[in-house]
Design a protein around this ligand. Structure first.
Ligand code: NAD
Length: 391
């Protein structure tokens, strides 16, 4: 029996475990994850604003994994590639014949002074809950302090997570204004972006739609404004400083630090994999999801790290391990993006879909579309019952 060890139960790891479990007569399958649950990282911004509870976007790993997949709840500290074993914080090291490394992402501060200490990242359930608590406590504090900065919110970056967070925030704001008796005209939301364009992955008309939608709900964008430092309650760029008591840090992600700690050749903790998703000279080691770097042959640039590509990579890795165990040749990874959806709160958004042609959508039609995408990912990873429960 070949021993397959999967690290991380995000989109990539969980999908690989479920696929391999269908062929468990030849395999022993173990998945290690630092929490006993999977969370929908594409919906963290909804928890961070308070439009959803953590339970709405998490599901139990043991309940959703097939019985023939072993689950170890622990933190991976290092991959000992010479000994073919994985070191854990609390258990003995786990050996492997085949490794699927899908350890996922962490916040990226790009070394900007004060970003880690003075801004709130959105990377997992704990940070999303902390951001919500901070936002609500800060707004509530205004009634005592009368400090205008209690009513100011700065979102750093104008990529996917920032825009989806802002969309949820402006949707919830009227309820927060009512709840804490806030002066609506004094609330100030700034979004500060280094590049000239907001949502660069969308065509200009859709990016403009998102900007106008958010501006009409009170958001001010500052583009071509790289953040250089964050002090408590102050975001600095080269020429200006902005003050706020809530600072959200959504300027991009890097792969897990375990990648660098384990001695891989890497950039921002992402490893350039071969075309079958293995690591050079390690044909039994697959790296998938946000810890992998895969060039798009069409553009020559790296594919962005999305749930969609993580799930597609898991399909290839699981297929290839089955092929190797049966003495067949592994396949190359190919990817056709089905498109991209960016929500603007629960009822609006922008989307570019690549199915039977290329389609652009904006406005209320994207609300149900995004819900369909979320339901589909829960369905692929867990089961129908979980999907129904998450509604
Ligand atoms: P991102 O890369 O999409 O956006 C980060 C933004 O922050 C960029 O526009 C960047 O220019 C800006 N930035 C970086 N440094 C800055 C600085 N010093 N000052 C000001 N701005 C700065 O990153 P994200 O939004 O964190 O998303 C992470 C990954 O997850 C991405 O690959 C994204 O595609 C994916 N994601 C996808 C979805 C979806 O498909 N709906 C949703 C969320 C995230």
């Amino acid at each position: 029996m070949a021993n397959v060890l999967i690290l991380g139960a995000g989109y990539a790891g969980l999908r690989a475990a479920k696929l391999l479990a269908k062929h468990a007569s030849q395999l022993t399958i173990t998945i290690v994850n630092d929490h006993p649950y999977h969370y929908e990282s594409t919906q963290l911004h909804e928890v961070a604003v308070g439009n959803k509870e953590p339970a709405d976007i998490t599901f139990s790993l043991r309940a959703s994994l097939p019985d023939n997949v072993n689950l170890v709840v622990d933190t991976v500290t290092k991959i000992d590639r010479d000994q073919q074993r994985v070191e854990l914080a609390h258990h003995d090291p786990l050996p492997y014949d085949y490794l699927i490394n899908s350890l996922g992402f962490e916040s990226e501060t790009f070394g900007i002074p004060g970003a880690e200490e003075n801004a709130l990242p959105l990377i997992d359930i704990d940070t999303a809950v902390a951001a919500r608590k901070h936002l609500e406590e800060t707004l509530a504090h205004f009634s005592q302090s009368q400090d205008p900065d209690d009513l100011r919110i700065i979102v750093c970056g104008a990529g996917f997570t920032s825009i989806e967070y802002l969309g949820e925030l402006v949707h919830r704001l009227p309820k927060l204004i009512d709840q804490y008796h806030l002066p609506a005209d004094q609330i100030k939301i700034d979004c500060i972006e280094a590049m000239p364009k907001v949502l660069p992955m969308f065509s200009q008309d859709l990016a403009d739609y998102a900007v106008h939608y958010l501006e009409s709900h009170g958001v001010t964008f500052h583009t071509s404004t790289p953040i250089t430092q964050i002090d408590p309650g102050v975001v600095h760029s080269k020429d200006t400083s902005y003050t706020a008591h809530t600072i959200i840090w959504t300027t991009g992600v890097q792969g897990s630090h375990v990648i660098a700690d384990s001695g891989y050749a890497q950039k921002r903790n992402r490893v350039m994999v071969q075309d079958d998703l293995t690591v050079k000279d390690h044909p039994n080691e697959y790296i998938i999801g946000d810890v992998s770097a895969v060039p798009d042959p069409a553009s020559g640039r790296l594919y962005p790290t999305t749930a969609q590509i993580a799930i597609a990579q898991a399909d290839t890795a699981a297929h290839n391990i089955r092929a190797q165990v049966s003495g067949r040749t592994p396949s190359k990874f190919t990817f056709h993006s089905l498109g991209t959806v960016c929500s603007l709160g629960p009822t609006s958004g922008v989307a570019e879909i690549n199915m039977l042609g290329h389609w652009k959508f904006k406005g209320v039609i994207v609300g149900p579309l995004k819900k369909l995408v979320n339901d589909r990912s829960v369905l692929e990873l867990a089961n129908v019952r979980t999907m129904l429960e998450s509604n």
